[in-house]
Design a binder for this molecule. Structure first.
Ligand code: NAP
Ligand code: G4F
Length: 341
């Protein structure tokens, strides 16, 4: 039985990946930094709470990491743990760098010392392209990170590549574009939107307040993306791969489509900070923009070219934009109905 250690087990990707690896017959260890029982909701929703062995491990503490690796001696490590919210990285840049950059180095150093033949997956990100140098972005597009989060992830990416080249370790980096799901955290714009719309529909909230509506993202469906991570570690040689849909949409389009699925028809007025989304039927303002949700430096456009993953891994994204919004919107409508029945 192969042993996999997933850091960030209580996050969106950690939960989906755990489910996939359990289905493949792995013994799955989930590294958790002790965030309390409420953090279990994703594993519960997927019905795998009892099947994963939770082990306490924080990327901030080297001795803790060493004990965990010595104890498990994993065949594969998927490093998904991160302070993953770009907005917060401007408020907590040092903590973000300690977890997202140096935390990865702590893990790699430990593996080099204790279990160098472990296959290692690093969760790299399209945020590294930032102020994009090329459209669409490929594995060869230069990075131009625009936040403390993205800068930390560039370090993590290159240190993983360096351990591959310097020590011949199997380190694969997945440069994943945004991937969402019904298990996405509420702080991210997609889930913030679908959850708020479900509450508006139930009369629990008046409006949705967002930041920049004009940035564009390449959004895919998370369960498909964790399959790509798994494939990267099943190859003979380690490499870096983009996972993306190859389509891009504005935040405004996501919001409009989600309202439509929930039965509202939104009409836009104004631009930038003065934008408003108005319900055509009632004339009520349902969407407003606040400076509070703008970032000091923004990533305006992301669109990935997933050709290499398609050719070498046989991976592709099948859930397109409309379907993704529908899955997320319907899940939140059901959730709110259940909660307030
Ligand atoms: P997520 O839902 O925010 O999950 C991240 C997990 O990391 C959380 O469970 C968090 O624990 C844990 N964590 C944070 N700090 C930690 C620390 N010091 N030690 C140990 N664990 C810690 O993120 P996700 O969306 O699943 O993303 C997974 C990974 O892929 C992240 O590294 C993210 O940066 C990267 N990524 C995500 C996307 C995307 O679109 N989702 C795209 C590209 C790359 P708590 O539950 O205790 O907070
Ligand atoms: O949903 P977001 O917070 O995701 P972002 O910044 O693209 O980061 C996510 O994807 C990355 C991959 O590219 C991951 F590496 C990262 O860990 C994370 O999963 O914001 C998306 C866009 C931004 O342009 C933001 O300015 O939506 C805009 N936005 C507008 N109003 C908002 C809001 N974002 C959030 N979170 N909240 C708002 O109210």
């Amino acid at each position: 039985m192969k042993k996999a250690l997933i850091t960030g087990i209580r996050g969106q990707d950690g939960a989906y990946l755990a489910k996939l690896l359990l289905e493949k017959g792995y013994k799955v260890y989930g590294a958790d930094r002790r965030s309390g029982d409420s953090g279990n909701w994703r594993l519960k929703e997927l019905g795998i709470e009892e099947d994963v062995e939770i082990i306490y491990m924080d990327l901030l503490e080297l001795t803790n990491i060493r004990h965990v690796i010595s104890k498990i001696m994993p065949d594969e490590v998927y490093n998904l743990a991160a302070q993953s919210f770009v907005g917060v990285s401007f408020e907590q840049p040092i903590l973000t760098a300690d977890i997202d950059a140096i935390g990865v180095l702590r893990l790699l150093e430990t593996l080099r010392d204790i279990k160098p033949d472990t296959k290692f997956y690093q969760a790299s990100t399209s945020e590294m392209f930032g102020k994009v140098r090329e459209i669409p972005q490929t594995e060869n597009t230069p990075f131009y990170p625009r936040s403390p989060y993205a800068v930390s992830k560039v370090f993590a990416h290159y240190i993983s590549v360096n351990y591959r080249e310097a020590y011949n370790m199997f380190t694969a980096c997945g440069i994943l574009f945004n991937h969402e799901s019904e298990l996405r955290g509420l702080e991210f714009v997609t889930r913030k939107t679908t959850y708020a719309i479900a509450r508006i529909k139930r009369g629990l909230q008046d409006k949705l307040v967002l930041g920049n509506l004009d940035s564009k993202r390449d959004w895919g469906y998370a369960p498909e993306y964790v399959y790509g991570m798994y494939l990267m570690l099943q190859q003979d040689k380690p490499d870096d791969y983009i996972l993306a849909t190859g389509e891009t949409h504005t935040i405004r389009e996501f919001v409009e489509k989600a309202f439509e699925i929930a039965g509202f028809n939104i009409e836009w007025s104004g631009e930038g900070i003065a934008s408003k989304g108005i319900d055509k039927k009632t004339g009520k303002v349902l969407v407003e923009v606040s400076k509070d949700f703008y970032r000091p430096s923004e990533v305006e456009l992301l669109i990935g070219n997933p050709q290499k993953a398609k050719e070498k891994l046989g991976w592709q994204s099948n859930t397109k934009f409309d379907k993704l919004v529908q899955i997320m919107m319907e899940a939140d409508l059901k959730r709110i109905e259940r909660e307030f029945k």
